[in-house]
Design a protein around this ligand. Sequence first.
Ligand code: IMP
Ligand code: MG
Length: 184
Amino acid sequence: MNNNMQNDVESVLLSEEQIDEITSKLGKQITEDNKSSKKLVLICILKGSVVFYADLMRKISIPCSLEFMRVSSYKGTETTHQITMLLDVEKKAVEGADVIIVEDIIDSGNTLSHLKNYIASKGAASVKTCTLLDKPSRRVVNLTPDYVGAEIPDEFVIGYGLDYNERYRNLPYVGILKREVYEK
Ligand code: IMP
Ligand code: MG
Protein backbone atom coordinates (compact mmCIF):
# COMPACT_ATOMS: atom_id res chain seq x y z
CA MET A 1 0.00 0.00 0.00
CA ASN A 2 1.38 3.42 -0.94
CA ASN A 3 -0.05 6.90 -1.09
CA ASN A 4 -1.25 6.77 -4.68
CA MET A 5 -4.87 5.65 -4.40
CA GLN A 6 -5.32 5.37 -8.19
CA ASN A 7 -2.72 2.56 -8.29
CA ASP A 8 -5.01 0.34 -6.21
CA VAL A 9 -7.95 0.71 -8.61
CA GLU A 10 -8.46 -2.25 -10.98
CA SER A 11 -10.94 -0.34 -13.15
CA VAL A 12 -13.39 2.55 -12.96
CA LEU A 13 -16.93 1.28 -12.52
CA LEU A 14 -18.75 4.63 -12.48
CA SER A 15 -17.10 7.84 -13.67
CA GLU A 16 -17.89 11.27 -12.25
CA GLU A 17 -20.07 11.96 -15.31
CA GLN A 18 -22.00 8.71 -14.91
CA ILE A 19 -22.54 9.40 -11.21
CA ASP A 20 -23.87 12.85 -12.04
CA GLU A 21 -26.40 11.34 -14.45
CA ILE A 22 -27.45 8.82 -11.79
CA THR A 23 -27.94 11.39 -9.03
CA SER A 24 -29.88 13.68 -11.40
CA LYS A 25 -32.21 10.85 -12.38
CA LEU A 26 -32.78 9.72 -8.79
CA GLY A 27 -33.30 13.29 -7.57
CA LYS A 28 -35.93 13.87 -10.23
CA GLN A 29 -37.70 10.61 -9.39
CA ILE A 30 -37.72 11.38 -5.66
CA THR A 31 -39.03 14.89 -6.36
CA GLU A 32 -41.86 13.54 -8.52
CA ASP A 33 -42.85 10.80 -6.08
CA ASN A 34 -42.95 13.06 -3.02
CA LYS A 35 -44.60 16.23 -4.34
CA SER A 36 -47.54 15.81 -1.99
CA SER A 37 -45.50 14.86 1.07
CA LYS A 38 -46.02 17.14 4.08
CA LYS A 39 -42.76 16.15 5.73
CA LEU A 40 -39.96 14.55 3.76
CA VAL A 41 -36.86 13.43 5.63
CA LEU A 42 -33.66 12.15 4.06
CA ILE A 43 -31.51 10.04 6.36
CA CYS A 44 -27.83 9.76 5.50
CA ILE A 45 -26.20 6.53 6.66
CA LEU A 46 -22.72 7.60 7.65
CA LYS A 47 -20.02 7.37 6.65
CA GLY A 48 -20.25 5.70 3.25
CA SER A 49 -23.28 7.64 1.96
CA VAL A 50 -22.00 11.11 2.71
CA VAL A 51 -20.80 11.98 -0.81
CA PHE A 52 -23.81 10.48 -2.60
CA TYR A 53 -26.17 12.11 -0.09
CA ALA A 54 -24.66 15.56 -0.57
CA ASP A 55 -25.04 15.29 -4.36
CA LEU A 56 -28.48 13.67 -4.29
CA MET A 57 -30.12 16.19 -1.94
CA ARG A 58 -29.17 19.01 -4.30
CA LYS A 59 -31.03 17.28 -7.15
CA ILE A 60 -34.23 17.14 -5.11
CA SER A 61 -36.29 20.28 -5.66
CA ILE A 62 -38.93 19.98 -2.94
CA PRO A 63 -38.39 20.81 0.75
CA CYS A 64 -36.80 18.10 2.87
CA SER A 65 -35.01 17.87 6.17
CA LEU A 66 -31.72 16.13 6.74
CA GLU A 67 -30.89 13.55 9.39
CA PHE A 68 -27.84 11.41 10.00
CA MET A 69 -27.33 7.92 11.39
CA ARG A 70 -24.28 5.77 11.79
CA VAL A 71 -24.25 2.01 12.13
CA SER A 72 -21.42 -0.40 11.78
CA SER A 73 -21.75 -3.81 10.19
CA TYR A 74 -18.63 -4.26 8.12
CA LYS A 75 -15.05 -5.26 8.84
CA GLY A 76 -12.64 -5.21 5.88
CA THR A 77 -14.37 -6.79 2.89
CA GLU A 78 -16.67 -9.11 4.87
CA THR A 79 -20.09 -8.14 6.20
CA THR A 80 -21.23 -9.20 9.67
CA HIS A 81 -24.76 -9.80 10.89
CA GLN A 82 -24.20 -7.77 14.01
CA ILE A 83 -25.39 -4.20 13.54
CA THR A 84 -24.24 -1.65 16.09
CA MET A 85 -25.97 1.74 16.38
CA LEU A 86 -23.33 4.47 16.69
CA LEU A 87 -25.48 7.54 15.97
CA ASP A 88 -29.27 7.55 16.24
CA VAL A 89 -32.03 9.94 15.06
CA GLU A 90 -34.53 11.49 17.44
CA LYS A 91 -38.04 10.04 17.36
CA LYS A 92 -39.57 13.48 16.77
CA ALA A 93 -37.43 13.96 13.65
CA VAL A 94 -39.06 11.02 11.84
CA GLU A 95 -42.47 10.72 13.51
CA GLY A 96 -45.22 11.12 10.88
CA ALA A 97 -42.64 11.77 8.17
CA ASP A 98 -42.07 10.24 4.76
CA VAL A 99 -38.55 8.98 5.26
CA ILE A 100 -36.02 8.01 2.62
CA ILE A 101 -32.98 6.18 3.94
CA VAL A 102 -29.96 6.92 1.74
CA GLU A 103 -27.26 4.23 1.53
CA ASP A 104 -24.07 3.88 -0.47
CA ILE A 105 -24.39 0.18 -1.29
CA ILE A 106 -26.54 -2.84 -0.50
CA ASP A 107 -24.77 -6.13 -0.11
CA SER A 108 -26.45 -8.77 2.12
CA GLY A 109 -29.28 -6.30 2.79
CA ASN A 110 -28.95 -6.75 6.56
CA THR A 111 -28.15 -3.11 7.34
CA LEU A 112 -31.00 -1.56 5.35
CA SER A 113 -33.64 -4.07 6.34
CA HIS A 114 -32.75 -3.53 10.00
CA LEU A 115 -32.81 0.27 9.58
CA LYS A 116 -36.11 0.22 7.70
CA ASN A 117 -37.83 -1.62 10.55
CA TYR A 118 -36.16 0.58 13.11
CA ILE A 119 -37.33 3.85 11.49
CA ALA A 120 -40.84 2.46 11.00
CA SER A 121 -40.91 1.59 14.71
CA LYS A 122 -40.23 5.26 15.51
CA GLY A 123 -43.55 6.17 13.89
CA ALA A 124 -42.59 7.25 10.36
CA ALA A 125 -45.56 7.57 7.98
CA SER A 126 -43.60 5.77 5.26
CA VAL A 127 -40.07 4.45 4.89
CA LYS A 128 -38.36 4.11 1.52
CA THR A 129 -34.79 3.24 0.67
CA CYS A 130 -32.41 4.74 -1.87
CA THR A 131 -29.02 3.27 -2.70
CA LEU A 132 -26.34 4.36 -5.13
CA LEU A 133 -25.17 0.79 -5.71
CA ASP A 134 -26.79 -2.61 -5.37
CA LYS A 135 -25.15 -6.04 -5.44
CA PRO A 136 -28.33 -8.16 -5.80
CA SER A 137 -26.37 -11.42 -6.14
CA ARG A 138 -25.18 -11.05 -2.53
CA ARG A 139 -28.60 -10.67 -0.91
CA VAL A 140 -29.35 -12.87 2.13
CA VAL A 141 -32.51 -11.07 3.30
CA ASN A 142 -35.54 -10.12 1.25
CA LEU A 143 -35.07 -6.43 0.54
CA THR A 144 -35.88 -4.48 -2.62
CA PRO A 145 -34.72 -0.85 -2.56
CA ASP A 146 -37.16 1.77 -3.87
CA TYR A 147 -34.49 3.78 -5.67
CA VAL A 148 -31.31 2.25 -7.13
CA GLY A 149 -28.52 4.12 -8.91
CA ALA A 150 -26.82 1.10 -10.47
CA GLU A 151 -26.75 -2.67 -10.05
CA ILE A 152 -23.19 -3.96 -9.92
CA PRO A 153 -21.50 -7.38 -9.96
CA ASP A 154 -20.05 -8.99 -6.83
CA GLU A 155 -16.82 -6.98 -6.69
CA PHE A 156 -15.44 -4.94 -3.82
CA VAL A 157 -15.76 -1.30 -4.79
CA ILE A 158 -14.30 1.88 -3.34
CA GLY A 159 -14.48 5.65 -3.85
CA TYR A 160 -17.25 8.28 -3.81
CA GLY A 161 -17.68 7.65 -0.07
CA LEU A 162 -17.04 3.90 -0.11
CA ASP A 163 -14.01 2.64 1.78
CA TYR A 164 -11.75 -0.27 2.40
CA ASN A 165 -10.61 0.06 6.02
CA GLU A 166 -11.39 3.83 5.95
CA ARG A 167 -9.31 4.43 2.83
CA TYR A 168 -10.37 5.68 -0.65
CA ARG A 169 -13.55 7.49 0.43
CA ASN A 170 -12.30 10.70 -1.20
CA LEU A 171 -11.81 9.24 -4.70
CA PRO A 172 -14.28 11.16 -6.92
CA TYR A 173 -15.43 8.03 -8.84
CA VAL A 174 -16.42 4.43 -7.99
CA GLY A 175 -13.72 1.89 -8.78
CA ILE A 176 -13.12 -1.83 -8.31
CA LEU A 177 -10.40 -2.42 -5.73
CA LYS A 178 -7.50 -4.60 -6.88
CA ARG A 179 -7.73 -7.98 -5.16
CA GLU A 180 -4.04 -7.86 -4.25
CA VAL A 181 -4.82 -4.95 -1.89
CA TYR A 182 -7.03 -7.09 0.36
CA GLU A 183 -5.94 -10.63 -0.47
CA LYS A 184 -2.57 -10.49 1.24
P1 IMP B 1 -25.09 -5.14 4.05
O1 IMP B 1 -25.64 -4.95 5.40
O2 IMP B 1 -24.44 -6.49 3.89
O3 IMP B 1 -26.09 -4.87 2.94
O4 IMP B 1 -23.87 -4.16 3.90
C1 IMP B 1 -23.99 -2.86 3.55
C2 IMP B 1 -22.76 -2.07 3.95
O5 IMP B 1 -21.56 -2.83 3.71
C3 IMP B 1 -22.62 -0.83 3.14
O6 IMP B 1 -23.24 0.26 3.75
C4 IMP B 1 -21.12 -0.64 3.05
O7 IMP B 1 -20.66 0.10 4.16
C5 IMP B 1 -20.55 -2.01 3.15
N1 IMP B 1 -20.16 -2.56 1.82
C6 IMP B 1 -20.76 -3.56 1.15
N2 IMP B 1 -20.16 -3.81 -0.02
C7 IMP B 1 -19.14 -2.93 -0.10
C8 IMP B 1 -18.12 -2.66 -1.12
O8 IMP B 1 -18.04 -3.28 -2.20
N3 IMP B 1 -17.26 -1.66 -0.82
C9 IMP B 1 -17.31 -0.94 0.34
N4 IMP B 1 -18.23 -1.14 1.29
C10 IMP B 1 -19.13 -2.13 1.07
MG1 MG C 1 -21.98 1.93 4.62
